[in-house]
Write a protein that binds this ligand. Structure first.
Ligand SMILES: [Zn+2]
Length: 180
């Protein structure tokens, strides 16, 4: 299977974020440059690793380790798209802050949805502290909440993630065939 071969071929150094060293900062910067430059190779690699690892999605929420880096990169990209495409009407400085908060939420929900679609509060178990999970109303699926427009943006971003992932897989697959 391609994904497994590729995973084995990857350098095993993890994407650990360390408050003391901020080793992931150059990685975040490189991945953002990579995305805005249109290649998306580094971001695609990160997506592939995240999708194979199937890490519980609380990890995304904590913005701590591997997936935290992915989320930071994706948030930067979604915010860039949002400001470029004028998703929000920016009239005053405080609008920028409000817009960024919304873009960050769109990034978080779309990434979580793309990675598994399980509710991040109950992790798909439908239950929190012996009660029906309030966040997903017991469906176990990541709820896409918000206004109609916000939901539309989240769906757009889920498709963008899928597109980046597929483009990356196709490129990586072609490279591996050449190397074989
Ligand atoms: Zn839930």
């Amino acid at each position: 299977m391609f994904a497994e071969r590729y995973l084995n071929a990857l350098n095993t150094s993890n994407l650990q974020d360390d408050d003391q060293h901020h080793q992931t900062e150059p990685l975040v910067a490189a991945a953002l440059a990579d995305l805005s430059g249109g290649s998306g190779a580094l971001f695609g690699t990160m997506l592939l690793r995240a999708s194979i690892a199937g890490v519980p999605r609380q990890v995304i929420e904590s913005s701590a380790r591997d997936l935290g880096v992915l989320l930071r990169v994706w948030t930067g990209e979604v915010a860039r798209k949002g400001f470029e495409r004028k998703w929000m009407n920016i009239k005053a400085e405080w609008d920028i802050k409000a817009a960024y908060a919304i873009y960050a939420k769109i990034a978080r929900v779309s990434l979580a949805h793309w990675l598994g679609g399980e509710c991040s509060s109950c992790n798909g178990t439908k239950v929190v502290a012996s009660r029906v999970c309030a966040d997903c109303a017991g469906t176990g699926r990541e709820p896409i909440q918000g206004g109609a427009l916000e939901i539309e943006r989240v769906k757009d971003m889920v498709s963008e993630l899928q597109g980046l992932y597929q483009a990356h897989s196709a490129r990586a697959s072609a490279k591996m065939r050449q190397a074989a």
